[in-house]
Design a protein around this ligand. Structure first.
Ligand code: ZN
Ligand code: ZN
Length: 364
């Protein structure tokens, strides 16, 4: 666990004029402290203050002692938020405190409980996204974990494809993929795998059905593994036999858009600009309205994080960010194709972590 993460956060707090931050989102607690349990809270003080307080309950007494970095004071308590509220102090009328909380994840109920226990001269300030910002650029150890997760996911799909697609239900293939990843060591799936055949593939987030995959159609499979706290994310679309020329044409279009936008990924490129490369190709082919989502998203401790690649993105890519490039064309009631790679942004391009081929493969 990198020792400089809480220090980097403390510097951010100083910049934002915050005295402390209550870190309640577990992914951020893990990223900062190393703790992997299901109940934990971190209090980080601004640079001059130096507070590093980790709170969990009795169930995690031993685990937290093993996992949480040396630099943290650990406290075991049945009530995390009230204890944290007391720990930040009460401030004074002359020098009130500004304490940030994660407004993106703290529930309204928890916020009310926190407000009831916070000191008189403490202002609770919405401050979601501060840790997420620090998580955008990955360190070497994080990149290794994402590479390993992608490799595991690739191998699992290859194994599952060996058992065929046509005639199996979407649900059977999805469960097989999930089990294969878990058996290979994945701690979880990044998200429940999507397996969507024929007209069902026109739904970008289709749920696998108890319906047999027919021959002679397209099947979209979107899946990822969580390994050591890091996610992978990939999509491939396969043929199950000879295709309608319309379907083959859409596949080639998406492939062209995917390869062109992937080639546009590099440090300094804008999230909007990279999205536009794929979007222009798809729009010129007359399918602009069938590409209704952004081109990609960041991947790390969470499968969907920053930076975004889309027309609404204001992000500029930086080296060692990890993003997906996943254009799709979805023709309602007819067919859908999506092709997604996971890529590390580098100074002069990208390192593609997905090792699977992208030309149209037939898996009967
Ligand atoms: Zn995906
Ligand atoms: Zn994705």
């Amino acid at each position: 666990m990198s020792m400089d993460r809480p220090a980097r956060l403390a510097a951010t707090l100083t910049d934002r004029d915050l005295d402390a931050l209550l870190v309640t989102h577990l992914v951020n607690v893990r990223w900062l402290s190393g703790f992997t349990g299901s109940n934990g809270l971190a209090v980080v003080g601004a640079a001059q203050d130096g507070t590093r307080l980790f709170l969990t309950d009795f169930r995690y007494l031993t685990q937290s002692a093993e996992q949480v970095d040396e630099g943290w004071e650990r406290r075991i308590t049945p009530e995390l938020l009230p204890t944290a509220a007391e720990a930040v102090g009460a401030g004074t009328a002359d020098s009130p405190l500004r304490v940030g909380f994660d407004d993106a994840t703290l529930s309204v109920k928890d916020h009310a409980a926190l407000a009831a226990r916070i000191g008189e001269h403490v202002e609770l300030v919405p401050a979601g996204g501060l840790v997420e910002e620090l998580r955008l650029v990955k360190d070497a150890a994080e990149l290794d974990r994402i590479r390993a997760a992608a490799k595991l996911a690739d191998a699992a799909l290859t194994e599952v494809l060996g058992r065929g697609l046509a005639g199996r239900t979407e649900r059977d293939v999805a469960l097989d993929l999930e089990m294969t990843m878990r058996r290979a060591g994945a701690e979880a799936v990044s998200f429940p795998p999507i397996v969507a055949a024929a007209e069902h593939s026109a739904l970008p987030h289709a749920e696998p059905r108890d319906v047999a995959i027919p021959p002679g159609t397209l099947v979209t499979i979107d899946w990822g593994a969580m390994l050591d706290g890091y996610a992978s994310d990939c999509t491939r679309t396969f043929a199950t036999g000879e295709l309608d020329p319309r379907d083959a044409e859409i596949y080639e279009l998406v492939l062209r858009a995917q390869e062109a936008s992937l080639a546009a990924v590099q440090a300094g490129a804008g999230g909007r600009e990279v999205d536009a490369v794929a979007r222009d190709i798809i729009t010129r082919a007359g399918h602009g309205e069938h590409f209704g989502h952004g081109l990609g998203h960041g991947v790390g401790a969470e499968v969907h994080e920053g930076p975004r690649l889309s027309q609404r993105s204001e992000a500029t890519l930086e080296a060692n960010q990890v993003v997906t490039v996943e254009p799709g064309v979805y023709v309602p009631g007819a067919v859908g194709v999506r092709i997604e790679d996971l890529v590390v942004v580098t100074e002069d391009g990208g390192e593609v972590l997905t090792g699977l081929p992208k030309h149209l493969q037939t898996i009967a």
